[in-house]
Each structure stands twice: as C-alpha cells, then as structure tokens.
Design a binder for this molecule. Structure first.
Ligand code: MSP
Length: 518
C-alpha cells in the first residue's frame, strides 16, 4: 500500500467543538496514524463547513459579519484539534478562495453536462439539516425528527441535480461492494433511502440565502451548502477537471471517509452521485460512526450538558490528551453509539493506561535498575514464547484496522498487556532475584521489555505521547513500521539509569472532576 487518504466530516462553525465532534476527529486520527505505520504516506483532511442559512442566521443574531464569525469559530476547532494532538495533514475551510473557485467550476461542469438544470420548486426546508425534507421525513408534530423544529415552506426557482440518473448505479455499487459502507448493517438503510430518491435542489435564491458561493454566470443563485461542503474532499487536493494537481492524482480516491451516522445519506448517495457525474473514482469506504452521549443523554445546548474536550482536560488537570484520545477511540464498537461519563473515563484509563500498561513498564525498568544497574546482559537474551503472541497481536490489530475496528483492535493490545502482566506475576522476578537466580530474573525482565516495544508501537495511534515516552525509555524507534517490528529491539548493554525512569501516564485524580472544576 503506497498511500492512505482519509477524511472527516467538516464541522459547522455555528458553535464550538464538543466531544461528539472530537470523537470523529480522534477516530480518524487513530486510523490515519495506524496506516502511517503501514504505508509510505498517510494523509488526513479535516476542516470546517462555513456557508449556509444556519451560519448566516447565527452570525446575524450575534451582530457579526459572517466571515468574521466564521474566522472566530473556525479557530476554536483548530485549537481543539491541536489540544487533542490531531495530526491532520490539511485543514480546509469552505470559505477558502481555492475551494470556492473549484466548487463554482464543478457546478458549471455539471450544468454543461446537463446533470444540473433549473426548475421551480416548493418544499419544506430544515435549516438544522440544511436540507429539504419530505412530508414522510417529519414526526407526528410535523417537525424535523433531528432538530424538533417545523421546517419552513420554501418556494423558489432553483437549480436541480439529476440524482435519479445515478440511482441504479449507486444501488449496484453498494450491492457489489459489501464493505463500501462500514458498518455493513447501514447499507440496507441506504438502499431503502435510495428507493424513494428524487432530484435534489442544489442552489438557493440569493435573496433568501446570501452566505454561500454564487453560481457562476447566475449571480442570483447561491450553491447549496451540501454541494459546497461535500466537494471539499477533492477541492482540498487541488481537483480540477482539466488539470488535476499531482496531489489529487496521488491521493484520490479516498481510502476511508469518516462521518457520523446522521449524514450517511449525504455521503453514500449525494456525494457518490456527484463523483459519478464528474466521472471520478469512488472512495473505497464510507465509515459511519455512532453518536456520543453524555451520561447516556443526548448532548444539547438546552439541557446544558454539552461537554467540550478542553473542559474534560482541564477538569482532570491533563497535560496531554492521550487518555481522552484512548477513551474516545475505544468508546464503542465501530458504528455503535458510545457514551462519555467522568467516572467511566477515569476508571477505564486508570485501569488500562496507568495500572496495567504504565506500571508494567515502570516496575520492569525499576527492577532492571535495582538488580542490574539498568544493564541488559548477553545471557538475558532469550526467545520467549510470548514473542509469538506479539506477532499474533500485530496481525490481529492490523486485521481489525482493515475493517476500521478501532475499539476492537485496542482490546487486542489490552490482552497482550494482561498476558504480560500475568507472565510477570507467574514468574516473580523479585523472588528469582532474592533466590539469586539472576540469569532467570534477567530473562524475565528482558522478555517484558521486548514486548513493551511492540506495545509502544501498537498503542501509538491512540496515545502518541505515552508511546513516545515508552519508546524513549526502551531506546526503541517508535517510527518502526508494523511489518518491520522484530523482537530484538532491546540491546545488550546499559539500557537505563534510575533518573531516566519516568511514569508514562499519571493516574487521573478521582477528586478533581467532582470538585466542580468542570
Ligand atoms: N457540516 C456537516 C458535515 C459536512 S461533511 C461534507 C455537519 N456538521 S456538524 O458540525 O453538524 O457535524 C460534524 C460531524 O460531527 C458529523 O459527522 C456528525 O455526525 C458529528 N457529530 C456531531 N455530534 C456528534 C455526537 N454527539 N456524537 C458523534 N458525532 C457527532 O454535519
């Protein structure tokens, strides 16, 4: 595999980032970092979605020019992803000039092709979804089921996209590629939606929606926010139908596009139809993740339970985001809903990262210093049966990531750590030392340290800072590709001194969050 291109949904900037947005970016970053251990070049795109009626209205309410409002809020997302060590390769804003120009060209191309046509239309528009809804989409009160608001009646002459032209091709693509939509159980949902699709309105009259990209040669119309937003995945790479950039040629099609389950229809139907109309290859996978709740309740401003990643980090006095990354990335099997609660967070990361993994390394290095002055001797080097477990775990983790099963993959790492802890308990190196069986004692310590190199590599996508601290103490190259990992990383000679031993993860203080810091 030469390259790996992954994208996230781009977030609306009418609010600040919360833990639901963070979940998706962490998940994608973990996937990207894992594949960077398997490919020459992994590229991750994220960004913000800045046009449309919702942002126009929110900025008006705040009395701020829309662009200034977007600048202010886009920065909050950039800051949040920095805090969480999201290692994206590119951040796109739909107000970026290059993006706007390419979207106009894409629109023009589809008009010229006859896939976009003008048509008078009356429909029900939900500004929360930024989409027209049909009567049967509404709940019993006539409201949008997602936003609990009555949609507006909109009557306009708009441009329409011939979605129906691509219906059969999309259906057969989904049926012929059972792994195209991940998790597979969502494919049926999409196939059902496809049964009833109609052509969609892809522009709005400027008088009604002014905050958007104007249609070229028709100044009275503004391009529909979803056409603008979805195109980001290719405009970011420098797509141009006449003269595509090298970056576009290198990275497109995407290997996986990560989105929330609520916007699957836009990605597996609208986006795919646009790509078909542009005669471009389709992404290999669309990964629809589940929803994150707070204490089992849907996050909402009115309930006042919106949790931001920075508030969690402050509440627990966290200097590094690894624990939150680990917790979020493993919050749910892929596609299923997950939950955040302070207590569960604290307990899980203390158990997995501090007690099991961190302590294991810390105790082992401390014993190496205590009994051998930090030195690995020739006679300690053995070929342990546990090294077979390491190889097996690497393969299992890779296998899970092939299906983007991020939480399931982490479980395999936890199992390897548990098994190694059991090996230490069974072999009691401290008793061996007491009985002066020093070679045996050294063999046990060496075996554990060798396994910890593998653990450092495997945990790296989830916890990059912890992994680097582990690697530093093990004198292990954390940039080793997964296929190049051997179990002879620990070399004969002095490995570490007492002063160099540092805990890789400090337990989260149970009191902090309860003291109302959050
Ligand atoms: N702007 C559109 C996406 C355009 S992509 C071309 C949008 N923005 S959003 O800000 O509402 O959501 C951004 C992403 O965050 C979506 O994938 C959405 O599913 C995800 N999440 C928003 N709230 C979430 C949770 N509570 N839990 C998990 N993911 C959530 O939709």
């Amino acid at each position: 595999m030469k390259k790996f291109y992954t994208t996230t949904a781009i977030d609306y900037v009418n609010g600040a980032p919360h833990i639901g947005h963070a979940y998706e970016k962490i998940l994608t970053d973990v996937i990207k970092r894992h594949f960077s251990q398997r490919t020459d070049d992994a590229y991750m795109l994220t960004g913000t979605d800045e046009h449309g009626i919702k942002i126009q209205k929110t900025s008006q309410e705040k009395g701020i020019e829309p662009k200034a409002f977007c600048d202010m809020n886009a920065q909050k997302f950039i800051d949040a992803w920095k805090l969480l060590d999201i290692d994206y390769s590119q951040f796109i804003r739909t107000t970026d000039d290059y993006h706007k120009k390419t979207v106009q060209k894409i629109f023009k191309k589809l008009v010229e092709k006859g896939d976009i046509y003008k048509h008078s239309y009356k429909g029900l528009y939900c500004s929360g979804c930024e989409a027209f809804l049909s009567e049967k989409d509404l709940d019993e009160d006539g409201c949008c089921p997602n936003h609990k608001k009555k949609p507006e009646i909109v009557e306009e002459e708009n441009y329409f996209f011939k979605l129906t032209k691509y219906k059969d091709a999309i259906i057969s693509h989904i049926k012929q590629n059972p792994n195209f939509i991940v998790p597979a159980f969502r494919a049926n949902e999409v196939l059902n939606q496809l049964e009833n699709i109609e052509d969609i309105s892809v522009s709005r009259v400027k008088n009604n929606v002014s905050w958007g990209i104007p249609v070229l040669d028709d100044d009275n119309q503004v391009i529909y926010v979803w056409i603008d937003a979805l195109s980001n995945y290719i405009t970011a790479l420098g797509y141009d139908s006449e003269n595509p950039s090298d970056k576009f040629k290198k990275y497109w099609p995407a290997d996986v596009q990560v989105i929330g389950k609520d916007i699957l229809k836009f990605h597996s139907i609208y986006w795919i139809a646009i790509l078909m109309a542009l005669e471009l290859p389709l992404p290999k996978h669309i990964l629809a993740h589940g929803w994150i709740t707070i204490d089992e309740t849907k996050m909402s401003k009115s309930l006042g339970n919106v949790v931001s990643p920075s508030s969690v980090m402050e509440a627990f006095d966290m200097k590094e985001p690894d624990a939150l990354r680990y917790y979020m990335a493993t919050a749910a099997p892929i596609g299923k809903d997950g939950n955040y609660s302070d207590n569960d967070f604290k307990e899980k990361v203390n158990a997995h990262l501090a007690n099991s993994m961190g302590n294991l390394l810390n105790r082992t290095l401390s014993m190496l210093v205590k009994y051998f002055d930090g030195e690995i001797k020739e006679e300690f080097i053995v070929n342990s049966e546990l090294f077979e477990d390491c190889k097996k775990t690497i393969e299992e983790v890779k296998h899970h990531f092939n299906y983007f099963e991020v939480a399931e993959a982490s479980q395999k790492i936890v199992e390897l750590v548990d098994k190694t802890n059991k090996y230490v308990t069974d072999n009691t190196p401290w008793t061996l030392a007491k009985e002066e069986k020093m070679t045996q004692c050294g063999e046990v310590l060496y075996t554990v340290l060798e396994i910890m190199c593998v653990v450092a590599s495997l945990i790296y996508p989830y916890c990059p800072n912890i992994a680097q601290k582990m690697a530093k103490q093990l004198k292990y190259d954390i940039n080793t590709k997964l296929d190049d990992i051997k179990t002879n990383n620990i070399k004969v000679g002095k490995l570490i001194s007492k002063e160099e031993i540092v805990p890789v993860f400090l337990r989260l203080d149970s009191e902090l969050a309860d003291k109302g810091k959050k």
